[in-house]
Design a binder for this molecule. Structure first.
Ligand SMILES: CCCCCCC/C=C/C(=O)SCCNC(=O)CCNC(=O)[C@H](O)C(C)(C)COP(=O)(O)OP(=O)(O)OC[C@H]1O[C@@H](n2cnc3c(N)ncnc32)[C@H](O)[C@@H]1OP(=O)(O)O
Ligand SMILES: NC(=O)C1=CN([C@@H]2O[C@H](COP(=O)(O)OP(=O)(O)OC[C@H]3O[C@@H](n4cnc5c(N)ncnc54)[C@H](OP(=O)(O)O)[C@@H]3O)[C@@H](O)[C@H]2O)C=CC1
Length: 291
């Protein structure tokens, strides 16, 4: 019992005096990361495009905790000058940036051949280039001299990302960038890792796919036979940021109930359009071609 009490005291103090930036930090997974960091004593700058939503979230958390721990800054991560300002304003306001969580991002579902050039650029510029801007400017403005810890939220790209090729390509780019920076910036005391969520329920995430129940319809593809919840992502993010992960860098942690080892969210319909095999086939093994 005494040990448990000590633990909970330590837990509350884990990030006291620390400062984090969480992009997309007012909704879904990002909102839960902000909440958990605040619970651990951290001050958190939340950054996204929708300023009203940022302000409302910050006001609610600050009212609930009785402390001004959450600070909203409007920022579209696709615009380099806004990202640069986000980092400068944070250093000016709080004197430091210990942690960066690159969580802001997203995509839409589409067959690859139906993605327009504009749609491709929107997704790649948000998820890959936006993350690059955040990394470059947090390094320039603080972490180059002082070190820090970074977590990038990517996605389950273990088997590619059929049905969302743009985000698969962008997130794979972020994962590779993470490996590069884990090496290049080690000399500056910077650790950097990725977290790859499977299907994590939040109202905003599900709304993006336009249909209530869409996420639940995927349960049979997940060995855990349930969706993830946002706190199951935030706890891993906080661990990776914390001194508990002081020798961990350049890694990706999948948070997906083992889905990356099982079924993707994409169905391949039966067809006979591959070049024929060199073994005798029957009617049953050669369905009619639709081509
Ligand atoms: C079946 C179950 C699947 C489970 C998968 C679970 C894995 C992943 C889950 C998640 O990531 S949940 C998080 C969801 N949240 C978000 O995605 C929020 C952020 N998303 C966005 O902001 C957009 O999707 C965006 C495209 C990344 C950026 O949008 P932005 O506001 O900058 O651009 P738009 O002006 O809206 O669009 C630009 C361009 O993009 C094309 N496009 C956009 N949406 C669609 C769509 N729904 N379908 C087809 N194409 C789309 C389109 O070309 C747009 O240009 P215009 O045609 O509008 O001129
Ligand atoms: N939920 C899930 O199942 C999964 C989620 N993910 C990823 O996790 C992250 C969080 O998603 P989740 O919480 O589920 O969904 P949300 O839709 O709630 O979160 C997306 C957040 O990103 C912000 N954002 C989007 N574009 C930009 C931009 N250009 N600049 C700044 N902020 C931006 C949004 O704020 P605003 O619109 O105000 O800018 C929003 O707060 C995303 O990167 C998502 O793709 C990955 C795999 C699975």
């Amino acid at each position: 019992m005494a040990a448990f009490k000590l633990n909970s005291v330590l837990r509350r103090q884990l990030f006291v005096g620390r400062v984090a930036i969480v992009t997309g930090g007012a909704t879904g997974i990002g909102g839960m990361i902000t909440n958990e960091l605040v619970t651990l004593g951290c001050r958190v700058v939340i950054a996204a495009r929708n300023e009203d939503r940022l302000k409302e979230f910050a006001t609610t958390v600050n009212k609930n905790t009785g402390h001004d721990l959450v600070y909203p800054i409007r920022c579209n991560i696709r615009k380099e000058e806004e990202v640069s300002e986000l980092m400068s304003k944070t250093v000016k306001q709080f004197g430091k940036i210990d942690y960066l969580v690159n969580n802001g991002g997203g995509q839409f579902a589409s067959q690859t051949e139906d993605i327009s050039a504009k749609g491709w650029h929107a997704v790649v510029e948000t998820n890959l280039t936006g993350t690059f801007y955040c990394l470059k400017h947090v390094y320039d403005k603080y972490m180059k001299k002082h070190g820090g810890s970074i977590v990038n939220i990517i996605a389950d790209i273990y088997k590619g990302f059929p049905g969302m090729a743009h985000t698969g390509a962008a997130r794979a780019g972020v994962e590779n960038l993470c490996k590069t920076l884990a090496v290049e910036w080690a000399k500056n005391g910077v650790r950097i890792n990725c977290v790859a969520p499977g299907i994590i329920y939040s109202e905003t995430a599900e709304a993006n796919y336009g249909q209530k129940g869409m996420f639940e319809s995927q349960l049979y593809r997940i060995p855990a036979w349930r969706l993830g919840d946002t706190s199951e992502v935030s706890s891993v993010v906080c661990f990776l940021l914390s001194p508990g992960a002081s020798y961990v860098s350049g890694n990706t942690v999948y948070i997906d109930g083992a889905q990356h080892l099982y079924k993707s969210t994409y169905e391949v319909e039966q067809h006979s359009n591959y070049p024929p095999p060199n073994y005798p086939t029957t009617e049953a093994t050669t369905p009619k071609s639709k081509l």
